[in-house]
Design a protein around this ligand. Structure first.
Ligand SMILES: Cc1cc2nc3c(=O)[nH]c(=O)nc-3n(C[C@H](O)[C@H](O)[C@H](O)COP(=O)(O)OP(=O)(O)OC[C@H]3O[C@@H](n4cnc5c(N)ncnc54)[C@H](O)[C@@H]3O)c2cc1C
Ligand SMILES: NC(=O)c1ccc[n+]([C@@H]2O[C@H](COP(=O)([O-])OP(=O)(O)OC[C@H]3O[C@@H](n4cnc5c(N)ncnc54)[C@H](OP(=O)(O)O)[C@@H]3O)[C@@H](O)[C@H]2O)c1
Length: 453
C-alpha cells in the first residue's frame, strides 16, 4: 500500500487526492490546518457567487472514496514536522495554497486604513484568522489597487446594497458592518491599460450590473496605443477584447445619480500613502506603457496626483508562505519544483511533491488546479511504480497517536459533515444557505454539543 499525506484541503489537495485514489493501492491522508476543508472555495470565493462553490460537492465525493482520510486542525510545520510525515508516509504532497498577500512596498502602507484585500476577503467569508479585523466603513471613499478578479470581488461586495447580500453565506459580523456602510465612491485603480486588466469579462460585467451603483470611466482610457490594439486583436487577447466592449458600453452610459459610484481608472500606480495617524489618501503616479504586444511595461511618467481616501485595499496578488523543512523560492512565493516534484537546486527530493498555488503561484481559477494536481499525481505514481519494493509505512497509525500525544484535537470528515449540517441549519433560520462558525472553538462545539447550533 502506497501511503500519501496531502497538506492542504483546497482544490489542488482534493484534485490530487482524487487522481491518486483512482489507483487502487493508494491511501491518502489529507492534513488541513483548519478543522474544516476546502481552502479558498470556502474562504475565498465570494458569498454572492454560490455556484462557484459547487466544486465542494465533487470534493465530498472524493472524500467518500475508499482510502481517503481527512485530518483537520493540524498545521504541518508546526504541529507535525515534515520529517515526521516522511517517516510515516511514502510521499508528501504540499497543496498549501498562497496564504498571504503581496505588498506594494511604498511609504505609508502600514497606516491604519490600508489593508490587503486578503484581509477583507477572509473577514467577509468568516475565516477564523480574520475575525478580529475592524474595517471602518464609515469612510466615504475607498481605493482598491489592482485590476484582477479579487479586486472585482472586493469592489462588488463594498458596492452592493446590503440587502443583496443578506441571503448569501456572508459572515454575520460582515453583514452587520456592511449594513452601516457609508461608502459612496470606490476607485478601482490599475497600472496598465484596459487591455491588460486581469478581470474576466463575467466579473467585469457584474460591476456594471450592481443595483444603485454606477460606473464612471473616462473614454480617453479606451484609446489604445498600437501595442495594446495588437493585443486586443490577437486570439490570445479574446478576454481583453470582450472587456473592451464592456468598457465602451460603460463609458457610453448616461450620467447617473446612483447612491454608489465605481470609478475605473487606468495607467496609475500608487507611490505613497499619506495621513497623520491613519490613512488620508494616496499619491498616484501616471504611467505610460512601453514595449511590444504582450511585453508592455508600465513606466512612471513623474506626473503625480493626490486622491483622498479613508480606506485602501491592495489587491495585487497572493503569496505562498514557507513550510519549515521544505525548500522555498522566496521571490516567487512557491515551493521550487519540476512538474510537481519538489527540487533542491536542480535535484528532486525523494518523496516530496506539490500542487496548486504553492506549486505554480497564485493564479488560475478552481478548475486550473485539476490538471496541475493530476500532473503531480501522475509523476508521484510513476516514481513509485519504478521502485522494486516499497518499504512499509504506518501512515495514520503513526500520525494520529503522535498528534494525540501533543494534545491536538483533530477533526475527521464525519466531523466536518456535522459542522456543515449545523452551519446549514443556522443559516436556514436567517434565510441564508449557511451561517459559518467563525471561531475554531465553535466548530468543535458543533461536533461535541449540538446546543452550540
Ligand atoms: C479571493 C479569491 C476568490 C476566488 N474566487 C474564485 C472563484 O469565484 N472561482 C474560481 O474558479 N476561482 C476562484 N479563486 C481561485 C481559486 O480559489 C484558487 O485557484 C484555488 O483555491 C487554489 O487552490 P489551492 O488548493 O492551491 O489553494 P487553497 O484553496 O488556498 O487551499 C490551501 C489549503 O491549505 C491549507 N494549509 C495551508 N498551509 C497549511 C499547513 N502548513 N498545514 C496544513 N494545511 C495548510 C489552507 O488552510 C487551505 O485550506 C479565488 C481566489 C481568491 C484568492
Ligand atoms: N470569479 C472568479 O473566477 C475569480 C475570483 C477571484 C479570483 N480569481 C482568480 O484568482 C487568481 C488571483 O486573482 P488576483 O486578483 O489576486 O490576481 P491577478 O489576477 O494576478 O491580479 C492582480 C492585479 O494586481 C496588479 N498588480 C500586481 N502588482 C502590482 C503593483 N505593484 N502595483 C499595482 N498593481 C499591481 C496586477 O496588475 P498587472 O496586470 O499590471 O501586473 C493585476 O491587475 C486569478 O487567477 C483570478 O482569476 C477568480
Amino acid at each position: 500500500m502506497l501511503r500519501v499525506a496531502i497538506v492542504g484541503s483546497g482544490p489542488s489537495g482534493f484534485y490530487a487526492a482524487e487522481a491518486l485514489l483512482k489507483s487502487s493501492s493508494v491511501e491518502v491522508d489529507m492534513l488541513e490546518r483548519l478543522p474544516v476543508p476546502y481552502g479558498l472555495v470556502r474562504y475565498g470565493v465570494a458569498p454572492d457567487h454560490p455556484k462557484l462553490k459547487l466544486p465542494a460537492m465533487a470534493y465530498a465525493r472524493t472524500a467518500a472514496m475508499p482510502g481517503f482520510r481527512f485530518v483537520g486542525g493540524v498545521t504541518v510545520g508546526r504541529d507535525v514536522s515534515v520529517s515526521e510525515l516522511q517517516d510515516a508516509y511514502h510521499a508528501v504532497v504540499f497543496c498549501a495554497g498562497a496564504e498571504t498577500d503581496r505588498e506594494l512596498g511604498i511609504p505609508g502602507e502600514e497606516l491604519p486604513g490600508s489593508y490587503a484585500a486578503t484581509e477583507l476577503v477572509g473577514w467577509y467569508n468568516g475565516h477564523p484568522d480574520y475575525l478580529q479585523r475592524n474595517f471602518d466603513l464609515t469612510q466615504e471613499r475607498v481605493v482598491i489597487v489592482g485590476h484582477g478578479n479579487v479586486a472585482a470581488d472586493v469592489c462588488r461586495i463594498l458596492a452592493k446594497p446590503v440587502d443583496a447580500l443578506r441571503q448569501t453565506d456572508i459572515a454575520k459580523h460582515a453583514l452587520k458592518t456592511l449594513s452601516a456602510s457609508r461608502v459612496r465612491e470606490i476607485y478601482l485603480i490599475g497600472r496598465h491599460r484596459p487591455v491588460q486588466a486581469k478581470f474576466t469579462d463575467k466579473e467585469l460585467r457584474e460591476l456594471g450590473e450592481i443595483p444603485q451603483a454606477s460606473i464612471s470611466l473616462d473614454p480617453g482610457y479606451l484609446e489604445l496605443n498600437p501595442s495594446s490594439t495588437a493585443e486586443a486583436e490577437d486570439p490570445r487577447g479574446q478576454v481583453a477584447a470582450w472587456n473592451m466592449m464592456l468598457l465602451r458600453e460603460f463609458a457610453a452610459r448616461a450620467a447617473s445619480t446612483a447612491q454608489r459610484r465605481i470609478h475605473l481608472r487606468f495607467l496609475e500606480s500608487p507611490v505613497a500613502l499619506y495621513g497623520e495617524d491613519r490613512l488620508e489618501g494616496v499619491i498616484l503616479e501616471r504611467n505610460r506603457l512601453e514595449g511590444p504586444p504582450f511585453g508592455q511595461r508600465a513606466h512612471g511618467s513623474g506626473d503625480t496626483l493626490r486622491l483622498d481616501c479613508g480606506l485602501l485595499f491592495r489587491s495585487v496578488g497572493y503569496k505562498g508562505v514557507p513550510i519549515p523543512g521544505v525548500p522555498f523560492d522566496t521571490p516567487h512565493g512557491i515551493i521550487p519544483n519540476q512538474q510537481g516534484r519538489v527540487i533542491q537546486g536542480k535535484s528532486p527530493l525523494a518523496g516530496l511533491y506539490c500542487a496548486g498555488w504553492i506549486k505554480r503561484g497564485p493564479s488560475g481559477i478552481i478548475g486550473t488546479n485539476r490538471a496541475d494536481a493530476v500532473e503531480t499525481a501522475t509523476h508521484l505514481l510513476s516514481d513509485f511504480a519504478e521502485r522494486d519494493c516499497l518499504p512499509s509505512k504506518a501512515g495514520a497509525s503513526t500520525l494520529l497517536p503522535l498528534l494525540s500525544d501533543r494534545g491536538l484535537r483533530c477533526t475527521d470528515f464525519q466531523d466536518w459533515l456535522k459542522i456543515d449540517a449545523a452551519e446549514i441549519a443556522r443559516g436556514a433560520a436567517a434565510g441564508k444557505p449557511r451561517e459559518k462558525f467563525v471561531r475554531v472553538q465553535d466548530m468543535f462545539g458543533a461536533i461535541s454539543d449540538r446546543a452550540a447550533v
